[in-house]
Design a protein. Structure first.
Lengths: 723, 129
């Protein structure tokens, strides 16, 4: 037999057969490894998705919309947050499907590619239910399962509580195809190896045909080398292709996460940064990777060149993690490359080398104020601020107005654009002490609660109830002061009216009793006195008769006061008839002209007024009382003006009675309708009280405008359409 | 002609005295009662031609007395003049004015009292034959 055939046979015997055996074993191993790698990959995806779930879930359920939403709205809210992540995950592979299931809603809230399941409840016997409840997280990889599920289940944990389950499934067929590809690759290597060994043997046999010993040794060496190396190479190559794909996928997944990931080695040199970390810090990969934490931190400067002492405390925590191998979580504000402060939550986890020692640190950095979140937060807080009834103003530490809500504009009559950004002292020149409360709070830390303030705003006197408080940031530093104020003018007015009504009710009760008790003896006294008077008249005792008349007149005054008190107290049913206000005004004019006062009487009547339904006699009594007051106030000279007009916004008509008298003093004005309050020497102080009572019974009102030295106008306002 | 009999009902002795004095001088035969029960006893005994009835009295008040008088056929046609310090309308049912021949509000002039009493007897319907 020729040497080359012997070499060929030797190669076949010594190399090819073992290679074939090894590679046949190897294909089996490849199959198992491919499957287990896949499952591990799926498990990694499941764990990563589950670990990013609390942040997403927390943000969704912390919104007011969640609290008020129904089941379907909640599903939609969660879906809009989770669906893009789910779709992205499935698109980048190798997971074939992802399902988020929430127990609270008993619903699938996100799913890909089975989108028709979103909003559906799971059947109670579905493996996803049993798997999480039993703690056995691996679903049976049974191809014959009624739901055809092959995959892994991770519990979705929020604040220590399992709120749902995550199912990441894989496509068995695709994996088998991959296994087939890997096995095919192995066989290809086998063929290559066999061909290579034949070729080598052939070449060697040709080159070293004469030297059998050398040839044999060389052939043996080559064969040994081949025998030894080829299976290793195939294994490495097979694993490398799977591992490369895995790594590629992991990077893409990590880069899709909402938070930033970075790793440093023991020397604090950055060995890994994710896209999230890059966009969070503003530094590029080139500026971070391979550089030490100190170099990067040194570049984190505020625009004015200052660093923050917090960087040093961060360093201490990093060292601690490195030395003690403990995890840590804390909140900090980091300085971006552009100098902006970003509040973040940082998770530090030690990375272990095979021997068990700490080889570095992985940092998970979550932004607490991503720009869109901040904007959303601002929108929500503005919405809330504008929805509250009261006024809310806030000044920053430089005492500039930074918040001025709609309520504040409505109450003060000042548009927000006029004051925002301005110094509080300049912004409200007319407001006196109002803004000083905020300044005192800011400067001295005194917080005020429900301080009553009387302010002139927009030309009218307003009663405000004001509270202040300090505003602090996350680190408990004072950053400003907030003022809340409520307009209680109407409330105060209502309180005054209620007090007056209460006084009137008490007076009324007393009046009926007192009138009876006074009128009875008054009747006897008056009657007997009249008898005396008649007797004196018969006897011609003129002087005594006149004295009797004087006493009788005084007794009549007592009787009149009693009558007025009764009028004030008595609830007489209104005898409503349709009355033309102008005819009433003319009647008042005629009465005024008939008094020997010598005053000028003018009428200013609106011709197109609707009639009102009132007790004509009582309203006449009211007007006449006011005209009498006017005549007395003017003391013989001046002009009495009787006017009528339409009060459109109140659907009412008004009778205005104006005099040119001295006007009413400011301190008297709030009390002129109080019973027994009179500024006239002989007044009972009941006239205007009675007027007020009568007009209120008509559901009308009396308005008074007065100016010292110029005169007063009393307006009797009567509603149209009241019956 | 026999003097006309007037019954004055009032819990105030001063007013009973005053009205008695005024009407006696006008030649009326005046009897007085201090309350509703006493008045009804006197009416049953003496058949007065006119009753002056105070509305607010302790015990049987004027309005109740008036109703009893009006419900009894023997007394329903006796004219009644009401006297009161505080006129009040009842929430339901006929007002005192509807059941009587007039109302005198205290404090009244004695001339007014005389005029109203005379007015009653000039009314043909109440004329006694």
């Amino acid at each position: 037999m020729k040497l080359r055939y012997r070499i060929g046979l030797t190669v076949i015997a010594l190399i090819v057969i073992p290679i074939v055996i090894v590679i046949l074993l190897q294909t089996n191993r490849t199959r198992e490894m491919t499957v287990s790698h896949r499952v591990e990959g799926i498990q990694s995806i499941a764990r990563l998705l589950a670990s990013s779930f609390p942040a997403d879930y927390g943000e969704v359920i912390d919104t007011p919309a969640w609290a008020s939403g129904g089941r379907l709205e909640k599903i939609a809210m969660l879906n809009s947050r989770l669906q893009p992540l789910v779709e992205n995950t499935v698109r980048t592979g190798p997971a074939a499907g992802v399902i988020y299931y929430l127990y609270e809603l008993d619903s699938i809230v996100a799913a890909e590619p089975y989108r028709n399941l979103i909003g559906e409840a799971l059947p109670s016997d579905h493996p996803i239910q049993g798997a999480v409840h039993s703690g056995d997280l691996d679903i049976q990889k049974s191809p014959g399962h009624p739901y055809g599920v092959r995959g892994v289940v991770e519990p979705l944990v929020y604040r220590g509580r399992v709120v749902g389950a995550l199912l990441v499934s894989y496509d068995g067929e695709a994996i088998m195809a991959e296994v087939r590809r890997a096995v095919l690759l192995d066989i290809l290597w086998l063929v290559t190896a066999v061909v290579a060994s034949f070729s080598t043997a052939w070449l060697l046999s040709k080159m070293l045909g004469d030297d059998l010993g050398r040839l044999r040794r060389a052939a043996k060496g080559t064969a040994d080398a081949l025998e030894f190396n080829f299976p290793e190479m195939a294994e490495v190559a097979g694993e490398a292709s799977i591992a490369a794909r895995e790594r590629n996928f992991m990077f893409r997944l990590v880069d899709n996460l909402r938070f930033g990931l970075a790793a440093v080695d023991r020397d604090l040199k950055f060995t890994f940064v994710s896209d999230g970390f890059v966009s969070l810090t503003g530094f590029s990969r080139k500026e971070i990777l391979g550089r030490s934490y100190h170099d990067v931190a040194a570049r984190m400067r505020l625009p004015d060149g200052k660093s923050t002492d917090r960087q040093d405390s961060l360093m201490t925590l990093i060292r601690k993690t490195l030395q003690e191998g403990t995890s840590d979580r804390f909140r900090r504000r980091i300085i971006r490359k552009d100098g902006a402060l970003v509040p973040v939550e940082i998770d530090l986890h030690p990375l272990y080398e095979e021997g068990g020692g700490v080889s570095g640190i992985m940092a998970l950095v979550t932004s607490l104020a991503a720009e869109d979140d901040a904007k959303k937060l601002r929108d929500i807080s503005n919405f809330i601020l504008d929805s509250v009834q009261g006024g809310v103003m806030m000044i920053d530490s430089a005492e500039r107005v930074v918040v001025f809500n709609r309520g504040a504009s409505v109450i003060s009559g000042i548009p927000a654009s006029d004051v925002l950004g301005r110094d509080a002292r300049d912004a409200f020149p007319d407001m006196g002490d109002a803004d000083r409360l905020a300044q005192m709070t800011l400067r001295e830390g005194i917080e005020f609660s429900n301080v009553r303030q009387s302010l002139l705003m927009g030309g009218s006197q307003r009663e405000l109830l004001t509270s202040t408080c300090l505003v602090r940031d996350m680190d408990n530093n004072v950053v400003g002061a907030a003022v809340t104020f409520h307009d209680v003018t109407d409330l105060v007015a209502a309180e005054t009216r209620a007090q007056r009504a209460e006084r009137l009710a008490v007076v009324g009760e007393m009046a009926a009793g007192a009138a009876h008790e006074i009128r009875n003896p008054l009747t006897s006294v008056k009657g007997f006195l009249q008898l005396f008077r008649n007797r004196f008249q018969e006897l011609g005792l003129r002087e005594d008769e006149e004295l009797c008349d004087l006493i009788l007149k005084e007794l009549d005054r007592i009787a009149d006061i009693v009558t007025e008190i009764l009028l004030l107290a008595r609830v007489r049913p209104l005898n409503r008839t349709t009355v033309e206000v102008n005819s009433l005004a003319r009647q008042i004019r005629d009465l005024a002209l008939a008094t020997p006062s010598g005053l000028e009487v003018v009428t200013e009547l609106d011709g197109g007024l609707p009639p009102v339904s009132v007790d004509r006699e009582q309203i006449l009594q009211v007007c006449w009382n006011m005209v009498n007051n006017a005549i007395e106030a003017m003391d013989g000279q001046g002009t009495l003006t009787i006017g009528t007009r339409l009060v459109k916004e109140q659907k009412a008509v008004a009778i205005d009675l104006s005099d040119t008298g001295p006007g009413i003093k400011r301190e008297d004005l709030p009390r002129i309708f109080d019973p027994f309050y009179s500024t006239k020497p002989n007044g009972t102080g009941l006239g205007l009280s009675i007027c007020h009572r009568i007009v209120e019974e008509h559901r009308g009102s009396i308005e008074v405008r007065t100016e010292l030295g110029k005169g007063s106008t009393f307006s009797v306002i009567l509603p149209v359409g009241e019956h | 002609m026999e003097a006309r009999k007037v019954l004055v009902v009032d819990d105030e002795p001063g007013i009973r005295l005053l009205i008695s004095l005024v009407l006696s001088r006008k030649n009326y035969a005046v009897t007085t009662a201090s309350g509703g029960e006493e008045a009804l006893r006197i009416v049953g005994r003496e058949k007065p031609d006119l009753i002056l009835l105070d509305l607010k009295m302790p015990g049987l008040d004027g309005m109740s007395t008036l109703r009893i008088l009006r419900e009894d056929p023997a007394t329903s046609s006796i004219p009644v003049l009401l006297v009161t310090a505080v006129p009040q309308k009842p929430e339901k049912g006929p007002s005192p004015e509807d059941l009587s021949q007039g109302l005198l509000t205290k404090p009244f002039d004695i001339a007014e009292l005389e005029r109203m009493v005379e007015g009653i007897f000039q009314e043909p319907r109440w004329a006694v034959s």
